[in-house]
Design a protein around this ligand. Structure first.
Ligand SMILES: Cc1cc2nc3c(=O)[nH]c(=O)nc-3n(C[C@H](O)[C@H](O)[C@H](O)COP(=O)(O)OP(=O)(O)OC[C@H]3O[C@@H](n4cnc5c(N)ncnc54)[C@H](O)[C@@H]3O)c2cc1C
Ligand SMILES: *[C@@H]1O[C@H](CO)[C@@H](O)[C@H](O)[C@H]1NC(C)=O
Ligand SMILES: *[C@@H]1O[C@H](CO)[C@@H](O)[C@H](O)[C@H]1NC(C)=O
Length: 500
């Protein structure tokens, strides 16, 4: 009886190896960061492995990351990433998948561009008048710019089909070149020079284009021209947000998969287990290639866990609040990028705008600065709540913290019970034409989603970056695992003989 059981057991084992049961290729994955990039990566990993995977998603703060809300008077408002372009397909797909509704950006809000002395441009209630004003000040340039940016978006759209077909890219240059071979060179030319070379007027560049960069990225036209185009793409297009808050997409994507375990810890270190043998894998003395060291936020006690795949979805620049260390990698690599992130303050105030302060007599719902050194503010805008209710809440973007004295002059009837609330963000990369575009693939099974932010930072970009690292991780792991299985069955045969 005993011997018979043993033979059956061995037989079952052999069958399992011959069939190559998918259980054998079930990786343990760590995703570091619970923003849209981490959620996208975890979601697509789950899809690609058809749920035969274990994912630990580490988030030290709140799920959502740079997608977050603030509450004033029982209403919630977007505090970080807020608007989504109508051509952003992944964000659209996510919302549909999760049954979340779009909340269109209000169209009856009137914006003006302010240089600190005067409003050089103001929208009108009537679209035709707005267009006439634009042409009066800038000639046909805005029309050509709109067409130019749309042609960039047409090329950008190619990424969706490439990703649907399982294409992954090891670095930002490769990803951009797949959209259009000329895109990588856009990283080496400033937005200002790029548009100048195309024949646009200085006035258009210094006013309209500059105003979009100041409000979207807290920066000016010396940024590289790919992010410059992403910034301009919002103008004249329909924009939307997710009803209930954009962070609902992140929460929904994570909660939908049972095998994603959310772990509320700070990751301090990723170390490479040099004894892990990539050709022998699980049969070598180290079972897993990577060890994560992590701890609860306020506690000194650290814990460790081992993984087959590690996906970093938080920026690897030295200015981040919870930097990750890399240990024991070949050549002492630490994978840190040399750049910095732009600090943006978002201040929320419930009150009335003091039009006189801005030299206005009529009412206005939004002010964009094209001269932030002089105007102090980068932008001021009246908000609707995440449910779409109108409010008297205003959001002010600045590069420095706003003093209460200036707030007191810009606004009247400030509700002191509900604010002001200030949110300081390490918001997006500080762009220049000297940035070295980073790698998505850092090591054999170690990946970095946020490399994509150096092309342009936006929710959709992080969603695409997350999907890209998921595809890379899946393809690499399946190759690796198939090789191991070939080797593994040989080794098992040996054991089989010994047992007999
Ligand atoms: C003020 C502001 C306005 C914006 N406006 C827009 C907009 O209108 N439209 C748009 O498309 N985009 C906008 N963006 C950009 C957009 O929000 C970001 O590009 C996107 O949310 C980044 O997502 P992510 O997942 O890559 O990173 P994050 O959201 O930053 O996620 C990283 C997560 O990792 C966690 N983490 C970091 N280190 C560790 C660690 N060591 N251990 C554990 N967890 C860690 C963090 O807590 C964080 O939650 C805006 C951003 C800001 C700040
Ligand atoms: C990007 O990766 C490709 C290989 O896929 C490589 O040939 C190229 O040199 C890399 N580019 C950069 C800028 O690292
Ligand atoms: C509004 O701004 C003007 C100009 O800066 C200032 O003189 C006035 O006192 C402000 N009003 C209020 C109510 O703060």
């Amino acid at each position: 009886m005993k011997g018979g059981q043993k033979i059956v057991f061995i037989f079952v084992n052999i069958i399992a190896f011959c069939n190559g049961s998918s259980e054998e290729c079930k990786p343990k994955v760590a995703v570091i960061g619970g923003g849209i990039g981490g959620a996208s990566a975890a979601h697509f990993i789950s899809e690609l492995f058809e749920n035969v995977v274990d994912i630990d998603l580490f988030e030290a703060n709140k799920i959502g990351g740079r997608l977050a809300t603030v509450t004033l008077q029982d209403d919630q408002f977007e505090a970080g990433g807020s608007v989504i372009h109508n051509r952003n397909q992944l964000m659209k797909r996510f919302a549909e998948l999760l049954g979340l509704q779009p909340r269109p950006s209000s169209t009856n809000e009137l914006y003006g561009i302010w240089n600190g002395d005067e409003f050089i441009f103001q929208e009108s209630n009537y679209e035709m008048i707005t267009l006439a004003k634009l042409i009066y000040r800038y000639g046909m340039d805005p029309v050509y710019l709109y067409r130019f940016v749309n042609s960039v978006l047409d090329d950008f759209d190619k990424i969706y089909e490439l990703q649907d077909n399982g294409r992954g890219f090891r670095n930002v240059t490769d990803l951009l070149a797949a959209m259009n071979p000329r895109f990588p060179s856009m990283l080496q030319v400033s937005m200002k020079d790029h548009l100048k070379n195309l024949g646009y007027s200085a006035r258009l560049i210094d006013e309209l284009v500059q105003a979009t960069l100041v409000v979207n990225y807290g920066q000016e036209t010396d940024v590289q021209s790919f992010v410059g185009c992403v910034s301009v793409a919002g103008v004249g297009s329909s924009l939307w947000s997710v009803k209930g808050g954009n962070k609902g997409v992140v929460e929904g994507l994570i909660n939908r998969h049972k095998h994603i375990r959310t772990r509320p810890y700070v990751v301090e270190k990723v170390s490479y287990n040099q004894k892990y043998d990539w050709s022998n894998g699980m049969l070598s003395s180290e079972d897993y290639p990577y060890t994560l060291t992590y701890k609860a936020k306020e506690e000194p006690h650290v814990q460790t866990d081992k993984y087959d795949i590690v996906i970093v979805t938080t920026p690897l620049t030295s200015d981040q609040r919870m930097p990750i260390r890399f240990e024991n990698f070949p050549n002492n690599e630490d994978f840190m990028l040399s750049g910095n992130y732009q600090t943006t303050y978002a201040t929320f105030i419930e009150g009335q705008l003091n039009a006189t302060y801005f030299g206005l007599d009529g009412s206005i719902q939004g002010i964009l600065s094209c001269n932030p050194e002089k105007t102090v503010i980068s932008s001021v805008g009246k908000l609707s709540s995440v449910e779409g209710h109108e409010s008297n809440v205003w959001k002010i973007f600045t590069r420095k913290s706003l003093s209460s004295e200036i707030i007191g002059r810009m606004f009247s009837k400030v509700n002191e019970k509900s604010g002001p609330i200030e949110h300081e963000w390490k918001a997006y990369p500080k762009y220049s034409i000297n940035d070295k575009p980073g790698d998505f693939k850092l090591h054999n099974a170690l990946y970095h989603e946020n490399a994509i932010e150096w092309a342009a930072s936006a929710m959709e970009m992080s969603a695409i970056g997350g999907r890209n690292v998921a595809i890379l991780a899946y393809n690499d792991y399946m190759d690796h695992c198939k090789r191991l299985k070939g080797f593994g069955s040989k080794k098992r045969k040996l054991n089989f003989k010994i047992e007999l």
